[in-house]
Design a binder for this molecule. Structure first.
Ligand code: PGA
Length: 256
């Protein structure tokens, strides 16, 4: 199994220089001493250049939380792939909080364009998929997740599909304090996420792609997820906003 990947999704928090620097100064040295876990911090755009400069070549990688697929043009308020390429290594795409309100700039076709554009400038996408509470109750989880995965990855080269990071984040588990059980998350990831990758690109690629779980991950429950055979790490929101993030990453390292 590959080295676990823990990605911090700061969302619309810590976007002012002093608050972002405050947290990064507290966590960078302790995180640097933890072996065997890859850490990616995804701050708001406003502090990405600053953190890129402060971290320099560091064991902590950086990611953006979104980008547009177009390289330039009349897209007021958007950020293009090459604007990010020199600043970070990863980009979160298709987060459910964006899919919910983004209309045609966040539908499956748009997310697919964004993935291709990310690879075009050498960024690794962290593409988010997951069913809503209603879809889950209707028994549609497998269909929803499979379709989101296959539409997001459609038309990629097999080598790109292999390098994708896919975050399975059930919408009902995000920020709710009600995570999926580790067994349930592992089951959906094996069946629906890796199943859809295997359909498009073959079993070998499906096993090689890194798949994270996200949704109410905490220091106290992270090890149960990363102990699962099909879960390669986590996308962490609330628990990434303070020094407890170090504790969370330590638990992953200790469990290996
Ligand atoms: P949460 O968010 O850890 O606060 O549930 C996860 C996410 O939205 O990526």
């Amino acid at each position: 199994m590959s080295r676990p990947l823990i990605a911090a999704n700061w969302k619309m928090h810590l976007g002012r220089a002093e608050e972002a620097l405050g947290l990064v100064r507290r966590i960078r040295h302790p995180l640097g001493r933890i072996d065997g876990v890859e850490v990616v911090v995804c701050p708001p755009f406003t502090v990405l250049p600053l953190l890129a400069e402060v971290l320099g070549p560091s064991p902590i990688a950086l990611g953006a939380q979104n980008m547009h697929w177009a390289e330039r043009g009349a897209h007021t308020g958007e950020v293009s792939p090459s604007m990010l390429a020199g600043l970070c290594q990863y980009v979160i795409l298709g987060h459910s909080e964006r899919r919910a309100t983004g209309g045609s700039t966040e539908d499956d076709a748009a997310i697919n364009r964004k993935l291709k554009a990310a690879f075009g400038v050498g960024l690794i996408p962290i593409v988010c998929v997951g069913e809503s509470g209603e879809q889950r109750e209707a028994g549609a989880t497998d269909d929803v997740v499979r379709s989101q995965v296959s539409l997001a990855l459609a038309g990629l080269e097999p080598d790109q599909a292999r390098r994708c990071v896919i975050a399975y984040e059930p919408v009902w588990a995000i920020g709710s304090g009600r995570p999926a059980t580790a067994a349930e998350a592992n089951r959906i990831i094996a069946l629906s996420v890796r199943g859809a990758v295997a359909e498009g690109f073959g079993e070998e690629v499906a096993q090689a792609a890194r798949v994270l779980y996200g949704g109410s991950v905490l220091p106290d429950n992270i090890a149960a997820f990363t102990a699962m055979p099909d879960i390669d790490g986590a996308l962490v929101g609330g628990a990434s906003l303070g020094p407890e993030f170090v504790e969370l990453v330590l638990r992953v390292s200790a469990e290996r």
